[in-house]
Design a protein around this ligand. Structure first.
Ligand code: FAD
Length: 462
């Protein structure tokens, strides 16, 4: 049986390698870190989380992200197994100890008898005798390989900027001001209802902070970067602030569901900090990705009540993103139409986020296995979260790939429509938001049912 080559041991490549190895195939995983790093990675471990430590909502009944978690668990995902094993309290979210998580992924792949790990940079197109290749090199794909791919697709490289948020040492936060509380005291799975650290602003403090933020010195763009847009889902905090004085107060700094114990009242605005490691010694600033210069970050963020003496374990920054115009250049099995021995997975396919990248790794790994076994891949039903994402990047049910293609997190908008029920199972009439919630529950129930059918087919084919 021919080998499956996976280039890139990030979120997608690790999952792809695992899926193929677990299906009994020999996998060679080529990862450059250890030889060369990227602008964002700090270690040579597989599946390193470069910014937030959160895989977002774990609510499989009401949330498309939580649903994707559950589908991946059922499909034997390594990333979800290691995330569950390294969970830290984060309300209803699945957040992890980043070091423990990537250490577990690294150990699982290293110990797998079907996986060979090679630490090397793939400098251009892979050798011609690699006939089943998964390219999972991520948003920071090393330049020579990115150039080679660009040469094949004939597409102008698409790029935009993402930004990352700072991380703070908890023992430098002033708990005379800060308090623990999850929004609306919602405990979420494994949470306590007190999973976040909150920093309150009065109107005056908010305005002072906003002025400083807007005046703060930001990192310079290089000439070629000037026309590159931001990804709307991950805007730097100072860019959001520039859109209006209340934008932050109604966005990442919204105070709803939070009560300052010193006053018994809802503050004017709140910054939330989320636990970043298992020990609970580090917390990240939720929604505070930034491109302020390092010196300015310290000055501006120490104006936040409770952070006057904050020590930063990591400051924020910006990075480029690289992704294909997938609906146009990939086929439904994620192969490059111009060179079908290359299959793509992860953020480079135009999904956004750790989880979504891993999900596309899961599919690419399974598709590569089908190819190695000489059969057509079973595509996930469009009604599942895996299928909805796959549909987004391959054009599926959402269009013909001719329109503007933008990276996307998983969300209910990608699923086929389902009418909201007018009554609950007891026959009571549903109204407004209740209807919306009931509709989501129908979508998630249908997804898990259809997923079981898809997994059953895959088991039968193996
Ligand atoms: P990666 O995890 O980046 O893995 C790609 C791997 O390929 C890397 O290990 C790299 O070293 C290797 N590689 C690259 N080129 C080569 C080559 N030529 N030869 C061999 N190996 C190569 N998503 C979130 O959900 N939350 C966040 O907070 C978040 N913040 C981000 C911050 C930054 C700075 C960046 C860059 C991205 C962020 N993302 C975030 C987006 C995205 O989810 C992650 O980048 C995610 O890691 C993508 O998974 P991936 O497997 O596609 O790529």
């Amino acid at each position: 049986m021919s080998k499956i080559h996976v280039i890139g041991g990030g979120l997608a490549g690790s999952e792809a390698a695992w899926q193929a190895a677990e299906a009994g195939h020999e996998v060679v995983l080529h990862e450059m870190r250890g030889v060369r790093s990227t602008e964002a990675h700090a270690t040579d471990r597989f599946a390193e989380l470069v910014c937030s430590n959160s895989f977002r909502s774990d609510d499989a009944e009401n949330n498309a992200v939580g649903l994707l978690h559950e589908e991946m668990r059922r499909a034997g995902s390594l990333i979800l197994r290691c995330a569950d094993a390294n969970k830290v309290p984060a309300g209803g979210a699945l957040a992890v100890d980043r070091d423990g998580f990537s250490q577990d992924v690294t150990e699982a792949l290293t110990a797998h008898p079907n996986v060979t790990i090679v630490r090397e940079v793939i400098e251009g197109l892979p050798p011609e005798d690699w006939d089943n290749v998964i390219v999972a090199t991520g948003p920071l794909t090393a330049a020579p390989l990115a150039e080679a791919i660009k040469g094949l697709t004939g597409e102008e490289e698409l790029a935009f900027f993402d930004a990352i948020a700072p991380v703070i040492h908890k023992d430098s936060i002033d708990f005379g001001t800060a308090w623990y509380q999850s929004r609306y005291d919602k405990p979420g799975p494994g949470g306590t209802g007190k999973d976040y650290i909150n920093l309150p602003f009065s109107e005056e403090e908010y305005n002072r902070f906003l002025d400083a933020l807007l005046e703060g010195d930001t990192a310079e763009f290089k000439a070629w970067e000037k026309d590159t847009p931001y990804f709307e889902g991950c805007l730097p905090v100072e860019v959001m602030a520039s859109r209006g004085r209340d934008t932050l107060r109604f966005g990442p700094m919204k105070p709803v569901g939070l009560t300052d114990p010193r006053t018994g009242k809802r503050p004017y605005a709140v910054l939330q900090l989320r636990q970043d490691n298992a020990l609970g010694t580090l917390y990240n600033m939720v929604g505070f990705q930034t491109k302020l210069k390092y010196g300015a970050q310290g000055d501006v963020f120490r104006l936040i009540p409770g952070l006057e003496n904050a020590r930063f374990a990591r400051l924020g920054g910006i990075h480029r993103n690289t992704f294909l115009n997938s609906p146009k250049v990939l086929d439904t099995e994620l192969r490059l139409k111009a060179m079908p021995r290359l299959r793509f997975a992860g953020q480079i396919t135009g999904v956004e986020g750790y989880l979504e990248s891993a999900a596309m790794g899961l599919l690419a790994g399974r598709f590569a296995v089908a190819e190695a076994e000489g059969r057509a891949a079973d595509l996930p039903p469009l009604t599942t979260a895996l299928g909805a994402l796959h549909g987004h990047i391959t054009g599926g049910h959402i269009g013909d790939g001719k329109g503007s293609f933008q990276p996307m997190n998983v969300n209910f908008g990608l699923f086929p429509e389902m009418a909201a029920p007018s009554r609950d199972p007891e026959g009571n009439r549903l109204r407004g938001k209740e209807k919306g919630r009931a509709r989501k529950r129908l979508i998630t129930a249908r997804a898990l049912q259809d997923l079981e059918g898809w997994l059953g087919q895959a088991r039968a084919a193996a």
